[in-house]
Design a protein around this ligand. Structure first.
Ligand SMILES: Cc1cc2nc3c(=O)[nH]c(=O)nc-3n(C[C@H](O)[C@H](O)[C@H](O)COP(=O)(O)OP(=O)(O)OC[C@H]3O[C@@H](n4cnc5c(N)ncnc54)[C@H](O)[C@@H]3O)c2cc1C
Length: 241
């Protein structure tokens, strides 16, 4: 008997959501996180925007997933008690080029079926459905609910390699520790190439040793990007228009 049916590698929002789903379907699952806690990667440091999909490219798989997520997530967020600030979004153009961009985005939103309107005065694009959550609280709530439903979470548990034999998979952790399972899901991102050849791709962008081990396709590499976020007051925003 393996130690668990499914091992989920990586404790960001993707790994936590996968664990949540497995646990609520009655599947024995264990999440392995390399760091000392969950959501220390991108999942804990992002802007927390719950996207409507107003600006997503029509017809793409990512867009279909964003639009579906926007339809189904509210009951999950409510049940988990995750805070949501339903503030909407507003894009205010100040040049002709920006007005053209706003017009394009309004048309894009309509193609995606996302309600928007353009203010008569000033021409700002208003997206009432955009909202913001606490991304750390969201990830932790998913993991906590999974644990309450029977899943296990191990931190300080970096997966350093995976072997496959007739009985299933053996995950090799630091200091010679092992965990056996039938299926491994890689939620550790696309940066780690060592162990992904025999796992299904959730450990963020930092784990290159996992990506090359996935059997699904050629290794995929994503170059992480970095952005700068500025929080400003409504007053400052108004002054800058
Ligand atoms: C600046 C910025 C702003 C963003 N803003 C938004 C936004 O507003 N809204 C939105 O929806 N998305 C946003 N995103 C995207 C979002 O943050 C990511 O899509 C999401 O967090 C990815 O989650 P993840 O679980 O795949 O990866 P991560 O959060 O990176 O989690 C991966 C986990 O795997 C662990 N790990 C790595 N290797 C191993 C290993 N070998 N063994 C065990 N564990 C391992 C890592 O320690 C990490 O905890 C933003 C991203 C960035 C960079």
């Amino acid at each position: 008997m393996p130690d668990t049916t499914v091992a989920v590698i990586g404790g960001g929002v993707v790994g936590a959501a996968v664990l949540f789903t497995l646990a609520h379907r009655g599947i024995a699952a264990t999440l392995l996180e390399a760091d000392t806690g969950l959501a220390y990667g991108a999942s804990g440091t992002n802007s927390g925007v719950l996207h409507t999909g107003f600006d997503a490219k029509p017809g793409e798989l990512e867009t279909a997933l964003i639009l579906r997520a926007a339809r189904v997530r509210d009951p999950v967020l409510d049940a988990l008690g995750v805070p949501v600030l339903r503030c909407g979004a507003e894009l205010a153009p100040s040049t002709d080029a920006e007005r053209a961009t706003v017009a394009g985005l309004a048309e894009n939103a309509r193609r995606n079926g996302v309600p928007v309107h353009v203010r008569a005065e000033g021409g700002a694009l208003v997206v009432p459905g955009e909202s913001i959550t606490d991304p750390v609280a969201y990830t932790l709530a998913l993991a906590d609910a999974a644990v309450r439903a029977g899943a296990a979470v191990l931190t300080d548990a970096r997966v350093e390699g995976i072997d496959q034999d007739a009985d299933g998979l053996t995950l090799h952790l630091a200091e010679g520790e092992q965990l056996t399972c039938s299926v491994a899901i890689n939620g550790s991102g696309f940066g780690d190439a060592a162990s992904s050849a025999c796992v299904y791709g959730c450990s963020g962008r930092s784990n290159s040793s996992l990506v090359s081990a996935t059997s699904t396709s050629e290794p995929r590499y994503i170059t992480p990007t970095r952005s700068e976020m500025y929080l400003t007051t409504a007053r400052l925003w108004a002054m800058n228009r």
